[in-house]
Write a protein that binds this ligand. Structure first.
Ligand code: PNS
Length: 165
């Protein structure tokens, strides 16, 4: 059985993330979506457990996808769950340098672990969790950017956080 990991900070999950996860689920027998820590993004809007819950809700209609969280290295987590690959979405050239560095680091740490890149859909090329937070904080409509099942909670949290600043 071939298992792949879809890791990310998912703060919060977007429709772009869900598209990549569902496409990965068609290529592999099992996909484990894992909420991890990005060393450069420590000030999160949602706790890791909240992010897991939002992902589970968005992926409730998938059968071969699990959601988990982990606070260590991705290469180490791959061994833990017996995954042969990590699947990442690539939006544009700007993603490439960072993703290439991550892929090479993971390959060094765990040589049996491959990185597979899927190109983002054209309509998601601009989309990121930061764009979602920024548009919402400035009063824009983010309902098309995030999974429908999560929109009430995500909008509420971003607005609460803005008020507390
Ligand atoms: O959604 P993001 O923020 O682009 O996801 C990045 C993430 C969390 C996948 C990446 O930072 C990661 O793999 N973190 C775990 C620690 C790790 O293994 N880092 C790579 C070697 S330095």
């Amino acid at each position: 059985m071939k298992t792949a990991i879809c890791p990310g900070s998912f703060d919060p999950v977007t429709r772009g993330h869900i598209d990549i996860i569902k496409r990965a689920a068609k290529l592999f027998d099992k996909v484990v979506v894992v909420v991890m820590m990005n060393f450069n993004k420590r000030d999160s809007y949602f706790t890791a457990s909240e992010r897991v819950e939002l992902l589970k809700r968005s992926l409730k209609d998938t059968t071969n996808v699990e959601v988990d969280m982990y606070s260590g290295l991705l290469a180490e987590y791959a061994d833990k769950v017996g995954a042969c690959a990590v699947v990442k979405g690539l939006r544009a050239v700007s993603d490439f340098e960072y993703e290439f560095q991550m892929a090479l680091t993971n390959q060094k740490l765990n040589p049996d672990f491959e990185t597979v890149f899927l190109t983002a859909k054209a309509e998601h090329m601009f989309l990121s969790s930061s764009v979602v937070k920024q548009v919402c904080e400035f009063g824009g409509d983010i309902s098309e950017f995030i999974p429908e099942e999560t929109s009430e909670d995500i909008i509420k949290r971003i607005k609460e956080r803005k008020q507390s600043l």
